[in-house]
Design a binder for this molecule. Structure first.
Ligand SMILES: [Zn+2]
Ligand SMILES: [Zn+2]
Length: 383
């Protein structure tokens, strides 16, 4: 260090005597490291200095060669070792270790405890429904395959009557401890996965897994108004949890079939209604199909083809029960394909009575209108 202040004696820094054993040095350092660790003293520069100082002292005194050089020559004897502040290798895995000791696993973004309760897996099911079912709601039974607790062994994995044995690797602790640097680190036992016990005779039904695949029928209530791609979460109908953890959820994703003549957009419905030229010209009534049956709608005299009528509240119901959309019915003139003799005569007479066609080109706002999507036009009309 180049600040000119004489360095503190390493033994003083750790608060141990010159004859301290390796164990004393280690435990003294561990105590100081915990006390001054930057993660426990955020923004405290003095604590950070103390932390680095202790680390530097430990890096020298924990190494027998460096310690004897220090004992004989003081700081000059270990300048190489101490010039970089301290040996960074000492800190390999340090945060892991703190996490284990203090239960800070989540703070350090990892090291989540294993072997404790864990939620079961979520399941996904794609359900195809008709347009009418999406409009009115439905109740349907679906069949899924999922893992369930084995009934033979009640999820324990042991054959009935056989007993479990204490895990030989961890001796029942569920954890194994090993040395990492100068710390003892605990990890979930890989053999028993934290249970502390191992199966001596596996259950023949589940082969020791404690769970088996089962087909289940589940009743699904589809709310009226559900749209293509929307889903339902059925709480707790996923796979069972581990070690007492909660079951996962079942997600039912709905695919709605297309309707023969209704198109859905948001909560609104769109359709086209073929109407005779005479009804449009003279006025009258037309039948508009809706989700609740046909509606009779008045047609005004002189209605043009392409005119859209709005039937308020005849669209799709909101899936959360907040009202309904509208139905937009667009009139399409229907040209008769086969005429009787009588009909032909009447039409010939009408033709003579009407003014000649084609003398005045149509000048609507934009001549590409007819090529535009019907639904876009209707949306423009009604905002
Ligand atoms: Zn079993
Ligand atoms: Zn074990």
């Amino acid at each position: 260090m180049s600040n000119g202040v004489s360095k503190r004696d390493y033994y003083d820094v750790l608060g141990v005597s010159r004859s301290a054993s390796d164990t004393d040095i280690k435990s003294a350092y561990r105590k100081l490291a915990m006390q001054h660790h930057p993660d426990r003293n955020p923004g405290d520069a003095a604590a950070e200095e103390s932390f680095k100082e202790a680390a530097e002292a430990y890096a020298v005194l924990a190494d027998s060669d460096k310690r004897s050089a220090y004992d004989r020559f003081g700081h000059a004897g270990v300048r190489g070792a101490a010039s970089g502040g301290f040996d960074p290798s000492v800190f390999t895995g340090f945060e892991d270790i703190l996490g284990n000791l203090f239960g800070f696993g989540d703070m350090f973004g990892g090291g989540r405890r294993r072997g404790g309760p864990q939620p079961g897996a979520d399941l996904r099911y794609e359900l195809e429904i008709t347009f009418e079912e999406s409009a009115h709601g439905a109740e349907t039974a679906i069949q899924i395959q999922r893992q369930e607790h084995c009934e033979t062994c009640h999820g324990a994995g042991s054959a009935p009557g056989s007993s479990t044995a204490t895990c030989p690797q961890c001796r029942g602790a569920g954890q194994v401890r090993f040395q990492q640097g100068f710390f003892t680190v605990a990890r979930t036992c890989p053999q028993c996965r934290g249970a502390g016990k191992v199966i001596t005779k596996p259950c023949t039904t589940c082969r020791g897994a404690g769970r088996v695949a089962k087909d289940r029928k589940i009743t699904v209530k589809i709310p009226a108004g559900i749209a293509n791609g929307q889903g339902l979460r059925i709480q707790g109908e996923g796979e069972p949890g581990f070690a007492g953890g909660p079951a996962g959820h079942l997600y039912v994703v709905v695919q709605v079939h297309e309707h023969a003549f209704f198109r859905r957009e948001g909560l609104n419905l769109f359709c086209e209604i073929p109407v005779n030229f005479t009804t449009l010209a003279l006025g009258g009534e037309m039948q508009v199909p809706t989700l609740d049956g046909a509606e009779t709608v008045k047609v005004h005299e002189g209605t043009e083809t392409g005119t859209t009528m709005r039937l308020k509240g005849k669209g799709m119901p909101d899936v959360n029960g907040r009202g309904r959309g509208d139905l937009f019915a667009t009139v399409q003139v229907q040209t008769p394909k086969k005429l009787t003799k009588e009909q032909r005569q009447v039409l010939e007479q009408l033709k003579k009575a009407l003014p000649a066609e084609g003398f005045e080109p149509r000048t609507h706002d934009g001549d590409t209108q007819s090529e535009r999507n019907l639904f876009d036009r209707v949306k423009d009309m009604f905002g």
